[in-house]
Design a protein around this ligand. Structure first.
Ligand SMILES: Nc1nc2c(ncn2[C@@H]2O[C@H](COP(=O)(O)OP(=O)(O)OP(=O)(O)O)[C@@H](O)[C@H]2O)c(=O)[nH]1
Length: 891
């Protein structure tokens, strides 16, 4: 008998909805709450090539957004729309697309309002009502980890796609853990089960061991004909087999009930029952309500209704930390398994209203957004003068919070050829209306939002507002960058700013890792310079993990980034997308240099015209090395508040540098005393800002070989009466600071030479036992690395979050047998075999890791993989340093 899934298939076939853009423009916006509840902000995460884009294309097709399925290999996908992505077949930028699942029926396209949600989902699956899905397809390549991180911040849930042949790969593990640190509930889709060598069972066991969660197998593969042909799935919740028509577009699906399967394919029917028992047992261990259902149904695993299982799965998937991971199966390239995955997104992943309150920082203190909006939270007594002051600033913010009408995070900036710069935002509270004045709390600037858009990959629809919980785009913002917080404040004027405390409100910022590769950029001619600079400025707004500096001596511009592919893509975008005419140098490793001796204070006096106006300023600077041979990655810029007394402040700069500014005659917090010392046309915050800008510029180019300076403490002594004049402008202060510090750097280097520091990576290599010796030998001898640990993945669980501490014995995980697996138990899991997988963790200089993948593949018969991230910068030995310096001279 055929039944069940056909109903769902019909839903897809019949509702062949066109792109839903008409819908948004014609429809009355639904109530914000209902909209939030029916919204899923989800990301697709995985290792490179697992099939994220291929799966996303199917999602768009089945939802009715596209009328044909895009193909990665033909370069016709919707989400990978950049020419560089299409040319390489990889995702570089996370694309944000909105669609509905299940699709909105064509006959209700013009109906007013959005689909009504039932009062409760006790008796109905969520996936029976159309939901609004904002999906972000993220890159899988390690060079774009920052792109993934900034997307994770705005997601409420994620689908992790695994390659059923490769299993859990190195980058998957990394992104999985990153999503875990943001407490993002995740489901897994084991893809590519149609490929030769696909091993669902081994993959499921790897999920348990390497992703450190209990896999809840919701579907099992249906291999037909005894030859491993993957044609459908066994639906463990609904106890049925689902068969996709071979070679079709995936809309023709037939369902076979357990009774029918018992007669036609008993082994498969038995396996579905076994999977059901395992699922109920697993859920009962983590969900008391499931235990009750089990008892109510006379301890019959097969008698529990699918809806109760789905509700239980949802409860456990939303637990923090997530210890149960729902697992689905398919082959998106063959159009198998994508619709049930979409149902799972709606049924199992949370709506924005079910997510933890977003973290904020306010006047250097962390809190949450709802605590800010809830005045009572603020009235905490503070003891020290410093704390009282901070509390009072916070109270200002909190009493004024009633006027905060929206708070959003700009998580992505894209330059669109047709529409100009698009700023993608996630709104966390209130609603941004068209024409609203937004205050950027990172830049301290106000700007208007003339147009608001909803994005359908590279297609856009204009909307009147973006409500809380939604992802949308603002056009026309001149300065907003990725990572900036935008607020709407009642009564805010374009030139004004919100009250003191509120103007410092920031949603959780992301630390940008230090760049480790760089290249030089030179405009082909003077007339090209402006366009090259403007194009670079847009690239930097889009991607804060790119860094720009100008080498004063050679006049060259240096662009630094996270990896060679990262810079290669930036170069392509500059030359091909922005049509900038420039010469781009070779990609080189970004070293740092550290001074080794202190200098005495040196005063630089600037007295020359700037832009036709007389400019004067004096700055006294000295510099000390920080006694630390390895730079700890501390790139967060943070101003530390000094206690009361003479004015003193320390600002942490990237690369373990510190800027210390003092002024004997000023009091830290008595602004009345400032008026007596600081010329009226200047302000203390403005002066500090100019000094910081000058210091950053000076430290960007070291005295030894022009690499950025690391591990230095710069002290600036400011004497407003002696150093500031009526002709002193912020630019003059910045230039004088830069000159004073550059002089100090040269003095130090002349006394004792500076030393070079090189980026050292933490490398995790996954190899089979048989290649372990060769790889360890290569890492530690040929590459000068230091092996830190050598484990089978099961015993190498890092400590940290409690999620990471979950250890799972693979023999306790249920997984159906793979068609060609041998032996029992862990057969095919790759975990108990003699040639089991091993994990090597080592610290290796980045220079030695260039081109490592090919070498590793040669050493391991193509089976080894690795991930790496910057661990810090370390002083180089003199021979190594000499070689690098000689090579740099050629460069
Ligand atoms: N046989 C088979 N191939 C697949 C399947 N899904 C994806 N592929 C192929 O795998 C390759 C990578 O697919 P993508 O969708 O680009 O993978 P991705 O995860 O988006 O890759 P990045 O964005 O570069 O990380 C392409 O050649 C796809 O055609 C599948 O289910 N079966």
């Amino acid at each position: 008998m055929r039944f069940g899934w056909a109903q769902c298939a019909r839903r897809v076939v019949q509702h062949n909805v066109r792109a839903p853009r008409r819908l948004l423009s014609s429809q009355t916006p639904p109530q914000a709450d209902a909209l939030s509840n029916s919204t899923r902000n989800i990301g697709i995460i995985a290792h490179i090539d697992a099939g994220k884009t291929t799966t996303t294309e199917r999602m768009l097709y089945y939802s009715g957004y596209t009328r044909r399925i895009g193909d990665v290999d033909e370069g016709s996908t919707v989400t990978d729309f950049l020419p560089a992505e299409r040319a390489r077949g990889i995702t570089i930028q996370s694309a944000a697309i909105t669609f509905h699942w299940p699709p909105i029926p064509p006959d209700s396209l013009n109906a007013p309002g959005s689909p009504q949600l039932p009062a409760s989902f006790d008796a109905t699956l969520r996936s029976t009502v159309p939901h609004n899905i904002n999906l972000i397809d993220t890159p899988g390549h390690a060079d774009f980890t920052f792109e993934v991180l900034r997307s994770l911040r705005v997601l409420d849930g994620a689908v992790c796609i695994l390659d059923g042949v490769a299993g859990v790969e190195a980058q998957t593990e990394k992104v999985w853990m990153q999503a875990g640190t943001y407490h993002i509930p995740r489901v897994i889709f084991v893809n590519k089960l149609d490929r030769d060598g696909a091993a669902f069972s081994r993959t499921v066991k790897e999920i348990g061991v390497r992703l450190r969660g209990w896999p809840a197998v919701c579907q099992i593969p249906w291999w037909r004909g005894g030859n491993g042909d993957f044609t459908g799935i066994g639906d463990v919740l609904n106890l049925r087999g689902m068969l996709w028509q071979a070679g079709g577009d995936g809309r023709d699906v037939e369902a076979y009930g357990l009774d029918e399967l018992e007669t036609t394919n008993k082994t498969f029917a038995d396996e579905i029952k076994k999977a059901r028992v395992a699922l109920i047992e697993l859920l009962s261990e983590h969900d008391d309500v499931m235990v009750e259902h089990f008892l109510e149904h006379d301890e019959d695993h097969l008698a529990i209704p699918a809806i109760q299982i789905m509700q239980s799965l949802r409860r456990v998937a939303l637990q923090t930390p997530q210890s149960v991971i729902p697992v689905f199966a398919g082959a998106s390239f063959r159009n198998i398994g994508v619709q049930p995955l979409l149902d799972a997104v709606v049924d199992l992943l949370p709506s924005p209203t079910e997510r933890p309150d977003p973290e904020i920082s306010l006047s250097n203190q962390t809190s949450t957004l709802s605590a800010l909006l809830n005045v009572s939270e603020s009235k905490k007594t503070a003891k020290s003068a410093k704390k009282q002051r901070q509390a009072s600033e916070q109270n200002v913010a909190i009493t004024e919070a009633k006027n905060l009408t929206a708070c959003a995070l700009a998580f992505k900036v894209v330059n669109d050829n047709k529409r100009g710069v698009l700023v993608y935002v996630r709104v966390y509270s209130g609603s941004i209306d068209r024409g609203a004045t937004l205050f950027n709390t990172n830049l301290g600037l106000a700007g208007r939002a003339p147009r608001l858009l909803k994005m359908y990959a590279n297609d856009a629809v204009e909307v009147d507002s973006i409500a809380a919980g939604q992802i949308g785009v603002i056009t026309g913002l001149k300065h907003a960058r990725t990572g900036d917080t935008l607020i709407v404040y009642r009564g805010l004027q374009m030139k004004g700013s919100p009250p003191a405390g509120l103007s410092t409100l920031q949603l959780r910022p992301i630390n940008v890792p230090p760049p480790v590769f760089f290249t030089s950029i030179e405009p082909n001619s003077l007339s090209e310079q402006k366009h090259v600079q403007e194009s670079l400025a847009i690239l930097l707004r889009e991607d804060p993990s790119l860094h720009l500096s100008v080498d004063e001596e050679s006049g060259q511009t240096h662009l630094a980034g996270m990896g060679d592919l990262h810079l290669e893509i930036a170069r392509d975008r500059l030359l091909n997308d922005f049509k900038a005419k420039a010469r781009i140098g070779k990609i080189e490793i970004g070293y740092r240099e550290a001074i080794t001796s202190s200098t005495s204070p040196y005063t630089y006096q600037l007295d020359r015209p700037i832009a036709g106006k007389t400019a004067k300023a004096m700055i006294t600077a000295c510099i000390d090395p920080v006694d630390d041979s390895a730079v700890i990655l501390g790139v967060k810029e943070q101003e530390e508040d000094a206690e009361d007394g003479p004015f003193e402040t320390s600002i942490k700069l990237p690369d373990n540098n510190t800027l210390h500014i003092s002024h004997r005659n000023l009091s830290r917090h008595d602004s009345a005393s400032h008026k007596n010392h600081i010329p009226p046309h200047l302000s203390l915050p403005g002066i500090l800002h100019s000094i910081q800008a000058g210091a950053s510029a000076a430290l960007a180019r070291g005295p030894f070989n022009g690499f950025p300076v690391a591990n230095a403490c710069v002290s600036i002594e400011l004497d407003a009466q002696a150093h500031l004049f009526p002709e002193t402008s912020p630019t003059a202060i910045s230039m004088a600071t830069r000159a004073a510090i550059s002089h100090a750097l040269r003095t130090s280097c002349a006394a004792t030479p500076a030393v070079l520091m090189e980026p050292v990576m933490q490398v995790t290599v996954y190899v089979n036992e048989s290649s372990l010796g060769a790889v360890v030998q290569d890492l530690s001898s040929a590459r000068g690395g230091q092996v830190l640990s050598l484990d089978s993945p099961i015993s190498s669980i890092p400590t940290g979050s409690s999620e990471n501490e979950l250890r799972i014995d693979p023999s306790l995980i249920y997984a159906p047998p793979d068609p060609f697996a041998s032996g029992t138990g862990d057969a095919g899991s790759g975990l108990a075999d003699a040639d089991a997988q091993r994990q090597i963790v080592a610290r290796v200089p980045l220079k030695e890791m260039v081109g490592y993948l090919n070498h590793l593949r040669a050493l391991t018969g193509g089976r080894g993989t690795f991930v790496m991230s910057v661990d810090g910068f370390e002083r180089m030995g003199s021979q190594r340093q000499k070689e690098v310096v000689e090579r740099m001279r050629e460069f």
